[in-house]
Design a protein around this ligand. Structure first.
Ligand SMILES: C[S@@+](CC[C@H](N)C(=O)[O-])C[C@H]1O[C@@H](n2cnc3c(N)ncnc32)[C@H](O)[C@@H]1O
Length: 279
């Protein structure tokens, strides 16, 4: 199995350390056309009390908090978690000088080490699509939330960066098989509807216009399994990107499809409906 279909790939390759994620975050920062920054937009949508216990699952390099520091309510008690210590150590380092206490803990969202009703809010930004057992992850999130707690989960949808993701075929990674299909802007509401009585969806309009070929090459390489990135395939990628830039008059445009779900009124364990989840 290659890439996303290999259960060890995410921990041992893609998120072994923070480098791939940093490459992609800086690509978006550089080339996103919406002047609105997504983390601050997400924070604006979050409806939690001024005093709240907040858990982030799949925190990555702590981008959400680093970007929002001055705006985060002082009364929030915040715990960041990720299943990769390698990635999370970058978040710890980054937020160590933030001037407020953040908690950190290695945890897999499919098996959260917290008692029932421990949090008023859970953030799961751009991570649920990675989770092999989405049903366990959502059951766990609903379990650790209080009865009035809320989940915020951002994700991508159909056609997101299709012009760039197509290039992954060079590395035998088919965009059709991509993990993003597990939890998308399109299927997220029906999936979350099994774990939350209320689900709200908000779209974030954006696209990218990349002006450096090398940055596009780095972005694609950051998403493919290391072993597949042979020198020959990398040379093919560089040539294809060069051609796309020629056709695009020195730039490459790609559409984005991003949204945020809010799940409220979680079903308590044992109250999930009998239907099979749509995952
Ligand atoms: C695309 S990154 C998003 C990071 C961050 N939420 C953000 O929006 O910048 C996905 C993150 O989810 C983490 N992750 C993947 N599967 C996970 C799991 N089963 N449990 C916890 N974290 C997981 C990865 O290590 C990675 O840091």
């Amino acid at each position: 199995m290659i890439g996303e279909r290999d259960p060890t790939y995410l921990r041992s390759d893609q998120y072994r350390d923070s480098r791939n994620l940093e490459t992609r975050i800086s690509f978006y920062q550089r080339y996103a056309t919406n002047p609105r920054e997504i983390s601050s937009w997400i924070l604006e949508q979050v409806r939690l009390p001024d005093r709240a216990r907040v858990l982030e699952v799949g925190c990555g390099i702590g981008e959400f908090w680093a970007r929002n520091l001055p705006r985060v309510p002082a009364g929030w008690e915040i715990l960041l978690t990720d299943f990769s210590e390698g990635v999370m150590s970058a978040a710890r380092e980054r937020l160590s000088r933030a001037g407020r206490p953040f908690g950190f803990r290695v945890a897999d969202v499919q098996d959260l080490p917290f008692p029932e009703g421990s949090f008023d809010g859970v953030l799961a930004n751009h991570m649920l699509y990675h989770v092999p057992d989405l049903e366990s992850a959502l059951r766990e999130i609903a379990r650790v939330l209080t009865g009035t707690g809320r989940l915020y989960a951002s994700t991508n949808g159909a056609g997101h960066l299709a012009e760039i993701y197509e290039l992954e075929r060079i590395f035998r990674v088919s965009p059709d098989e991509h993990e993003h299909a597990r939890f998308t802007c399109e299927n997220g509401a029906s999936i979350l509807g099994r774990y939350f009585r209320q689900v709200r969806f908000l779209r974030f309009d954006d696209s990218v216009i990349a002006t450096s070929r090398d940055d596009v090459v780095r972005f694609v390489l950051s998403r493919v399994p290391e072993a597949m990135a042979t020198p020959e395939r990398t040379a093919t990628l560089q040539a294809k990107v060069a051609r796309l830039f020629e056709e695009g008059g020195g730039q490459l445009r790609a559409g984005e499809n991003i949204g945020l779900f809010e799940g409220s009124e979680p079903w308590r364990p044992g109250t999930v409906s009998e239907e099979e989840p749509a995952v």
